[in-house]
Write a protein that binds this ligand. Sequence first.
Ligand code: SF4
Ligand code: SF4
Length: 222
Amino acid sequence: MTERVQSCRRCGTCCRQGGPALHRGDLPLLAAGLPPLADLITVRRGELVHHPLANTVRPAEVELVKIAGSGRQWTCRYYHDGCTIYDRRPLACRLLKCWDTGDVEALIEKDTLTRLDILPGDHALVPAILFQEREFPCEGFAEIHAGSEEPSQELVAELQGRAGAELRFRSELVARHRLGLGEELFYFGRPYFQLLQGLGFAVAEGPAGLVLSWRGRHRGAR
Ligand code: SF4
Ligand code: SF4
C-alpha cells in the first residue's frame, strides 16, 4: 500500500483566514520580541469569533491574543506572498496541516495566552485591563447573537452607556500612555462599540455621546 504524503504548499489560504492565536508554546518567541505587541490583537472572552475549521461564528470561551490582520483585512499581517516569519511562526501555524486538522483542532482555545500571561505583573496597564474586564464585559454577547427577538430598550440603553464609557476609558488611556493603534488593540482589543456593531447594532455619534440602535442581525462578526 502506498502512503499518500502531503505537505504544506505554502499557498496562504489559512493565512488569509486570519492570524493565529498565541499559545504557551509561543512564550519563547514573545520573549525574543516576536511578534511585537503592536502586531497583536486581543479577542476578549465572550467576543464573537470566526471558527475557521467549522466556518461558524461563536463566542470565544477564553480570552485570545492573536496576530492581527493587515489593515481592515483579516489576512495575517505577516502574509505577503508567503509567510515572512516562516522560521519563527507561532505554534498554531507550525501544527496546521489543512489536510489533517486534528493537531490544530486539539489546540483551539487550549493553553492559549491572555494579555496577563504576556505582560509582567507590574505593568502599568494591568490595572486598566482588569478594570475593563470588570466594567465592560462581553458576557451576554452570545445571547444577543443567538436571540431571535429585538433586544429590549433597557438592554440597548445599558449597552449604549457601556459603549460610551468604554470609549472614554480607552481614549484617556491611549492619550496618557501614547499608544499607537496596534498597541491599543493588544491592550484593550477592539472598542466595545465596534463589537456591538458586529452583533447587529448601529452606532452613531450624538451630541451627548454614542447612540445605539438595533439594525438587525449580522452574522459576519469575527
Ligand atoms: S497549511 Fe494548507 S492552506 Fe495553509 S499554507 Fe499550507 S497548504 Fe496552504
Ligand atoms: S504567521 Fe505566517 S504561517 Fe502563520 S498565519 Fe501568519 S503568515 Fe501564515
